[in-house]
Design a protein around this ligand. Structure first.
Ligand code: DX5
Ligand code: ZN
Length: 222
């Protein structure tokens, strides 16, 4: 089943609870939270205190995408703040297996993220332990970037590996998911669709989430 994950990166932070509620009315089922440290990516966003506030504002699962160095140092704090899913970057983890275990030990769903230039095949051995794989379809750091076309082949390859290995992890896509790209992304095999600009960019999150999800479901024949 295809799900829409509104990314609050493009929301109006002065009305965060209202923005999240509107995106939920539009059909968003998981809230995507972008955590950036100014080191792993050239931008700074938010940390556990904002996750703690969000936790009080919505019952939807909170999907925390950690674009940070040394994620192990912060994983317990995200658990305490109320995060449900946590993804760490392949490129930021010196001991990826340990980081994924730590996330699971803290009671959250573990996931791995790969940048556009990181090969899908590098994940082969850890695929059985992840709840989902997040395929970046832009270089992480900013909302509103253009979808990188070769991401489609990467999503297809991952879906193929999932079939070959008989696994059930989900495939999440992040970056440039919008009306003109969503059908091809779904047809390539993605089922968790992150969208920031396409949901919040025009200031009509309920309307725009609904329309995007409708296009995604149509492409998935749901
Ligand atoms: C980018 C973030 C994304 C971002 C996507 O580094 O990881 O989650 O919000 O933004 P859009 O949907 O605007 O491309
Ligand atoms: Zn993200």
């Amino acid at each position: 089943m295809v799900e829409l994950l509104p990314s609050i990166l493009s929301a109006d932070f002065s009305h965060l609870a209202d923005q999240v509620a509107a995106a939920e009315r539009g059909g968003g089922t998981v809230i995507h939270v972008d955590v950036m440290d100014g080191h792993f990516v050239p931008n700074i966003t938010l940390g556990p205190p904002v996750v703690k506030s969000l936790r009080k504002a919505t019952r939807l699962p909170l999907d925390c995408h950690l674009m940070i160095e040394n994620p192990d140092q912060f994983i317990p704090a995200f658990a305490e703040a109320g995060a449900d899913w946590v993804s760490v970057h392949y490129e930021a983890c010196r001991h990826l297996h340990r980081s994924l275990e730590l996330i699971a030990q803290c009671g959250m769903k573990p996931a791995v993220v790969i940048n556009p230039a990181t090969r899908v095949e590098l994940l082969l051995d850890i695929l059985p332990m992840v709840h989902h794989v997040l395929v970046m379809s832009v270089n992480p750091g900013f909302g509103g970037q253009k979808f990188i076309e070769f991401s489609l082949g990467r999503i297809r390859r991952l879906a193929e590996l999932r079939r070959e290995l008989g696994l059930a992890f989900r495939i999440e896509v992040d970056g440039g998911v919008a009306h003109d790209t969503v059908a091809r992304i779904v047809q390539a095999g993605a089922d968790l669709l992150v969208a920031g600009n396409a949901v919040f960019g025009a200031g009509e999150p309920e309307r725009d989430a609904r329309a995007l999800l409708a296009s995604a479901r149509a492409a998935a024949n749901e």
